[in-house]
Design a protein around this ligand. Structure first.
Ligand code: SAM
Length: 329
């Protein structure tokens, strides 16, 4: 099998597939209140196209992990069947999903039966009013129900992604951790990144990993766990365990040197970095009748050109033209 290796020797085994750019929330750090101009339906990859590309990744290029994301992946019609087809690929990839959890109360069990292994659910606050303000939708109860259903269905460990925003929910770090410890979820804080469509990100206002650690340390003893590998989160044992908490310090402590991720957008563009400004079109050759081998070569070339790092903290940094919701977080 060929590998997806870049010019710095990084081997890419983790494929993130965005299933749609649409979302049923409007998180202020991600999307404007009115939403975005959605991708036209004919431009979206069909299920057959997604399965074919994923099959090339898994069968020829060494992809071992697939994460379904978006937009909101649960909004994709026929999701359970798609998961089942992805789970049938050989060699079978690990299948995870990043979701806002709305709809999981109903879908967690069928998704697990179809072959989904794990979920990451996004939850930034435990306060209903704060949730309604941050996500611009009053859906906290649905998210909590979805998380509980995921645990009951065995989509474990249920990981929870939280973004803290100054003056909004940054006082909830300890409460979020306590909630996750009580429920047996694994919490990870993500530093806010410059990926919002409205370009509202401000480095000076962002809540840093260091600050999050300080807030948690008021209540808990945190011990860093060795052996992070390519995982984006720096994981800490909480009060000697077994609970853990992760911090994804994409901005202040980038982990590009160990990156093993490649992204496929819902319209079939390959991105070798969340922050890349260039994409490689896989949809056009796919629809023009390219062979698997030809697509694999194109995919390898896209990875070969990957930059050393995302450069967010560099003064010359330019935000990618696609927002997070259209890339696939
Ligand atoms: N809709 C799904 C969800 O809510 O998890 C999947 C897509 S969402 C873009 C994936 C993750 O990206 C979420 O955990 C969300 O909080 C995070 N996210 C979105 N915009 C972000 C930003 N500007 N900085 C950091 N994380 C962000």
């Amino acid at each position: 099998m060929e590998a997806l290796v870049d010019g710095f020797g990084r081997v890419h085994t983790d494929l993130r597939i965005s299933l749609t750019d649409k979302c049923n929330l409007r998180c202020t750090y991600c999307m404007p209140a009115e939403g975005l101009e959605w991708l036209p339906a004919p431009e979206l990859l069909s299920d057959d196209e997604i399965v074919r590309l994923a099959g090339i990744g898994v069968g020829q290029l060494g992809i071992t992990h697939i994460r379904l994301t978006g937009g909101e992946p649960l909004l994709r019609r026929g999701l359970v069947e798609l998961v089942s087809r992805l789970a049938s690929l050989e060699p079978r990839p690990q299948l995870a999903m990043t979701t806002n959890g709305i709809g999981l109360a109903r879908l967690a069990e069928p998704l697990r039966v179809a072959g989904l292994d794990r979920v990451n659910v996004s939850l930034d606050t435990l306060r209903r009013a704060t949730f309604a303000g941050m996500a611009r939708r009053d859906r906290l109860a649905d998210v909590l129900d979805g998380m509980a259903a995921s645990k009951a269905a065995g989509l474990t460990p249920v990981k929870v992604n939280a973004v803290l925003m100054r003056g909004v929910n940054d006082d909830e770090a300890v409460d979020l951790l306590q909630f996750c410890m009580d429920e047996g979820y694994e919490l990870r804080f993500i530093e806010q990144m410059p990926l919002d469509a409205q370009h509202g990100w401000d480095r000076d206002v962002m809540v840093t990993a260091e600050e999050i650690m300080e807030r948690l340390s008021v209540k808990h003893r945190l011990t860093p766990l060795p052996g992070r590998g390519s995982a984006p989160a720096e994981t800490h044992l909480v009060d000697d365990g077994p609970a853990r908490v992760g911090i994804i310090a994409s901005v202040t402590q980038p982990f590009c040197g160990a990156c093993d991720r490649v992204r496929l957008t819902a319209d079939g563009q390959l991105r070798n970095c969340l922050f890349a400004r260039e994409e490689s079109d896989l949809r056009a050759p796919l629809r023009a009748g390219a062979t698997d081998a030809e697509i694999a070569v194109r995919w390898q070339a896209a990875i070969a050109g990957k930059k050393a790092g995302h450069g967010i903290d560099d003064p010359s940094f330019l935000q990618p033209s696609r927002p997070m919701s259209a890339i696939g977080g």
